[in-house]
Design a protein around this ligand. Structure first.
Ligand code: ATP
Length: 577
């Protein structure tokens, strides 16, 4: 576990070592006062006289040691926290990099709540390991070990006795870990379910309010919260008795040493001042051990969290090459593409070619695989078999960055980041000038609503872009794609939220963006794609025909059926009463 985490410490490893050294020295400073106390008490037990100066010097010694302890401990904590928080930063950055390269399905499969929990809460818990458990735990274990050795030197019998609470404490702690482990996975699974459900509930609040006020979603919410409560209590219940056992046994070393030591003094086995020395030392053992043990109890939880993190990090990324784009042009070919989500194959050997500078439309029933084909082109997933090439180059040979530079993808889900609309458009080309951003917004027909907004393009998009309407979000996404000016454009239902007037405007803008580009467009309304150079008809995960609108009308019954349906739908009128 430490090995895995320490891989992310990097140059801050030495800070963790320094932290352990400083904290150990701090604890030595914390233990020495017990020797000063012994120096005050021991002469009294021997009936010797001590003066005020003798006592004051030792009291001053105690004060200096405690100040030194505080100083060293704080310095140690400073080092350990610098190391810990830099490691957390490295972990988060690395996790983000790895997530970006994973198939989208893995990420979506885990659920937003769970990923959020791993990114924030679970990684934060590693702070406990690096900033406290390792340096403080080591310090708090080393000192009792040294003291117990010293006890053996003073009196092997009392040294042996000091091991009794230690052994009982370690047994209680390991029993607690064993019992806790059996409940821990269920507890964390339930925590992950609760997180996912809460995120789902908040995202779907609108639907819940309209359709489901007393229904399934509220029930599901209540169920996961109750479930989490039950697992938490069950977990604590099995741990508490053992926790109580080691918490009460470890600090009571003096209670054992005093009666046994008294008997030894009476039998002449040990001098009284030696017993006092061992007693004084025993006061320093309990608190340190208790602290070290408290970290021990957290280790299985950390192990679980780190393994969850690893699962996320170690999942194979999509196959990515290292080459840049070396295709000879921007022709695109899908060659016998097969693809499955989990075990269900949804594309069964699709072959399709798109000529550079032409527009190809994908049409077909809902669920026929249009969006999936588009997502495969932008390499969100690896294929089961087959190839996708751009200009003859297999997309798996090029780096994701290189592929990304070739394609602007406007998907069905128009996600905007919670920053200004300007910043949202700028994502398309981070080094663009303000004029270029405004120009892109203008081309995407954003002017009309930007003028309405009090802060125009500097308006905040809100959480996920919720401040804007669906159509407005779509236009901002298009502006992003226009700014990117990539040679290949993928438009997935790009005009889905448009009213007829806006759709007309947007189609003009799209005509302008797509000029001289290789375009793959998905649209349900056939009227929007009838002028495409080629239309590919998808059915049940197959491309059953690919041709021009006219040729398909006469040669493809499935397309004719779609076309007739779309013509009759556009002729629908709501009857006046
Ligand atoms: N993330 C996913 N996990 C599992 N199955 C999925 C996933 N996304 C899509 N599918 C399934 O794959 C099939 C193809 O879906 P896809 O979204 O590509 O169809 P589509 O033709 O674009 O549909 P629509 O026109 O409704 O958007 C469907 O059966 C769908 O249920």
């Amino acid at each position: 576990m430490f090995k895995k985490v320490s891989a992310y410490i990097g140059e801050y490893r030495k800070y963790t070592v320094w932290a352990a050294v400083l904290m150990s020295l701090g604890i030595v400073a914390h233990v020495i006062p017990y020797y000063f106390l012994y120096q005050i008490i021991a002469p009294l037990t021997r009936g010797e006289q001590i003066d005020l100066a003798y006592i004051l010097i030792r009291v001053a010694g105690v004060a200096v040691c405690e100040i030194l302890f505080s100083y060293l401990y704080v310095q140690g904590l400073t080092f350990s926290h610098m190391s810990a928080y830099n490691t957390l930063k490295n972990l988060r950055v690395s996790l983000q990099g790895k997530l970006e390269k994973q198939p989208l399905g893995n990420i979506q499969g885990l659920g937003t709540g769970r990923i959020k929990k791993i990114f924030t809460d679970d990684i934060d818990q590693i702070e406990l390991l690096l900033a406290h458990a390792i340096p403080e735990g080591i310090a708090n274990l080393c000192i009792p070990a040294v003291i117990i050795v010293l006890m053996f030197v003073v009196s092997w019998q009392l040294g042996l006795l000091s091991l009794v609470p230690l052994i009982v404490g370690v047994i209680a702690m390991s029993m607690m870990m064993k019992a806790g482990m059996s409940k821990m996975n269920a507890y964390y699974e339930s925590a992950a379910r609760m997180n996912n459900t809460i995120v789902e509930y908040v995202n779907g609040m609108e639907v819940v309010k309209v359709f489901n006020k007393d229904g399934e979603s509220y029930r599901k919410f209540g169920d996961v919260v109750r479930n989490y409560r039950d697992f938490t209590i069950a977990w604590y219940k099995v741990c508490w008795p053992w926790m109580a056992a080691y918490s009460s046994v470890l600090p009571c070393l003096a209670l054992l040493i005093l009666p046994v030591g008294a008997l030894m003094v009476l039998s002449g086995t040990i001098a009284l001042d030696k017993l006092v020395l061992v007693l004084c030392m025993s006061f320093a053992v309990g608190p340190s051990l208790l602290k070290a043990m408290s970290f021990g109890g957290k280790i299985p939880q950390l192990e679980y969290k780190i393994s969850e993190l690893e699962k996320l990090m170690d999942h194979p990324p999509v196959k990515e090459g290292t080459a840049g784009f070396t295709g000879k042009n921007r022709d695109i070919s899908f060659e016998n593409v097969r693809f499955s989500y989990e075990d269900a194959e949804v594309l069964h050997g699709v072959s399709l070619s798109l000529k550079q500078g032409t527009t190809t439309a994908l049409v077909g029933e809902s669920g026929s695989g249009k969006s999936t084909l588009a997502k495969l082109l932008v390499h969100y997933y690896d294929l089961d078999s087959g190839k996708i090439r751009i200009g003859g180059q297999d997309i798996t040979e090029m780096s994701l960055d290189a592929l990304n530079n070739q394609i602007a993808y406007v998907s069905q889900e128009q996600f905007l980041f919670n920053t200004t609309l300007y910043e949202n458009i700028l994502i398309g080309k981070p080094d663009a000038t303000r004029e270029q951003v405004l120009e892109a917004a203008h081309k995407a027909q954003c002017d009309e609503f930007l003028q309405r907004l009090p802060q125009g393009i500097e308006t905040q998009a809100g959480d996920g872009g919720k401040q804007l309407s669906g159509g407005e979000r779509q236009r901002i996404s298009l502006a992003r794609a226009i700014l990117k000016d990539a040679p290949i454009i993928v438009l997935d239902e790009a005009t889905a939220f448009m009213d007829p007037e806006n759709e007309e405007k947007l189609n003009q803008a799209i005509d302008e963006i797509v000029r001289n580009k290789t375009v793959l467009v998905i649209a349900h309304r056939l009227s929007t794609v009838q002028n495409a150079d080629r239309i590919c008809v998808m059915k049940d995960g197959n491309c059953i025909a690919a041709d021009t609108h006219e040729k398909l009308l006469s040669g493809c019954a499935e397309y004719k059926k779609f076309w007739d349906a779309s013509v009759s739908a556009s002729a629908w009128k709501i009857k006046e009463a």
